[in-house]
Structure formats: structure tokens, C-alpha cells
Design a protein around this ligand. Sequence first.
Ligand SMILES: *[C@@H]1O[C@H](CO)[C@@H](O)[C@H](O)[C@H]1NC(C)=O
Ligand SMILES: *[C@@H]1O[C@H](CO)[C@@H](O)[C@H](O)[C@H]1NC(C)=O
Length: 264
Amino acid sequence: MCWLRAVSLISMIFSASTYRGQLSYKSMHLTPFTLSALLASFHKVEVLNLNGLQIEEIDTNAFAYAHTIQKLYMRFNVIRYLPPHVFQNVPQLTVLMLDRNDLSSLPRGIFHNTPKLTMLSMSNNNLERIEDDTFQATTELQNLQLSSNRLTHVDLALIPSLFHVNVSYNLLSTLAIPIAVEELDASHNSINAVRGPVNVELTILKLQHNNLTDTAWLLNYPGLVDVDLSYNQLEKITYHHFVKMQRLERLYVSNNHLVALNLY
Ligand SMILES: *[C@@H]1O[C@H](CO)[C@@H](O)[C@H](O)[C@H]1NC(C)=O
Ligand SMILES: *[C@@H]1O[C@H](CO)[C@@H](O)[C@H](O)[C@H]1NC(C)=O
């Protein structure tokens, strides 16, 4: 479809602009029909910005012609549901921003055809669980933002590629730390158990405002530089759990129930 026809098709609804394969829109509302028509019209789009358009629904075929899209921004909308096959034809997708929507669950297999995904944000939604097979195909996922949801379950240890993670402000009681994550914010949950493999990369760990009662699990993270354990239920801090740490610079333990602090 030629450029002029595409523009006339959508000009009533959008003011659209393209620049070097980037496409962005500003409008009040976006229907599934127009989205499909749009993508059918622009064959080489690599960046699609659909932020803040009050999108409520996405048609299952919305991205059927979106083979070239690498970065998809759909922040600040009111999307409640993603059709299971909506990203089936977006195999080049590397960045997906879905923060500040109304998602409460993810369909099974939603990311099974997006193996190049490296950055995903779904913070500020209403997600309750991340099922264990959700990221089984996204072996390059490095940056995962899930803060401010209602998560009671996400097993991050199943995503070994993770580098930066934020799961703060959820309802987690267990934290599973992946093998190579470098910065992890799991503050403001109800975490009372930390598990996962030894991780020598972990540098920054934020666990303030949780329900931790012990620190023996710290032995798995000898590379920590910055650890925040304030506002937990800790009663003692002992040298033995910090003995392997050579790089520790900042340790926050205020607002616990400390009766013993033995760091020598
Ligand atoms: C994680 O997300 C929370 C909530 O959006 C934010 O306040 C915090 O700064 C983030 N943590 C990091 C390490 O960026
Ligand atoms: C914190 O853990 C204690 C047991 O260690 C439990 O009784 C309590 O309900 C937990 N609090 C929250 C907010 O999960």
C-alpha cells in the first residue's frame, strides 16, 4: 500500500509522522481496526509509539503485519487483556513497554514467539501471577520491570538472562534470585524467604520493607556492594553471613528488631 493512501486512511483519526522508520501517533482513541490498517500500510516500521492513546482493546490481528517492529511502546493506556497470539508475528521485538495499563493476567504463551525480547516493562498494572513458562522462549530478556502490581508469584530464577529487575511494591512472599542479575529491587513486598543459585554478579539488592527474619541466604551473593534490609523482622545480624563479601560498601538495617549485631 502506498504512503498517500495510508495517510488518507488514517488522517481523520491520527496525526502521524514518520522519521527513519519511527512512527508515532497522538490521538484520543485507537480501535483495533485502525491499528491493523495502519500496520498494513507501513511496512518498515521499527519503532511504534502507541503511548497514552486510551487503548482498551487490542485485536488479535493488530500486529499481523508488524514483522519489522523492534520497539513497541503502549504505556499509559487502559489495556485489560492481551490476546494469546497478539505478538505471534512480531519476531524482531526487543523492547516492549506495557506499563500503566490494566492487565491482570497474561495468556499462556504470550511471549513464545518473541525470542529477541531484551526489555519488558509491565509495571503499574494489576498482574497477580507470572506463570513459570511465560519467559521460556525469551532467552535474551535482560531487563524486567514488574513493580506496582499485585504479584504473589513470579519465579525469577527461571529467567537466567536477567540483569536488571524491579519487582518492588507487590505481594511476594518468596524471592527467587536468578543466576546473573546485577541489580534487583524487591522492596515493599512480604518476602520471608530468598532462594536461588549462587550469583557472583549481584551488586545492588533492595529488600527494604519486607518480612525477612534471617540472613543466611546472603552467603550466595559474595559480590554485593549495596544491600538494603531495613524495615524487616531481623533479630540478629552475624558476621558469618557476610564473611565472603569483599566489596560491600553499604548495608542498611534500620527498623528491624535487632538484639544482636555482630560484624566482627
Ligand atoms: C523500582 O520501582 C519503584 C517503583 O516504580 C521505584 O520507586 C524504584 O526506584 C525502582 N528501583 C530501581 C532500582 O530503579
Ligand atoms: C510475616 O511473617 C510472619 C511469620 O514469620 C507471619 O506470621 C506474618 O503474617 C508475615 N507478615 C506478612 C505481612 O506477610
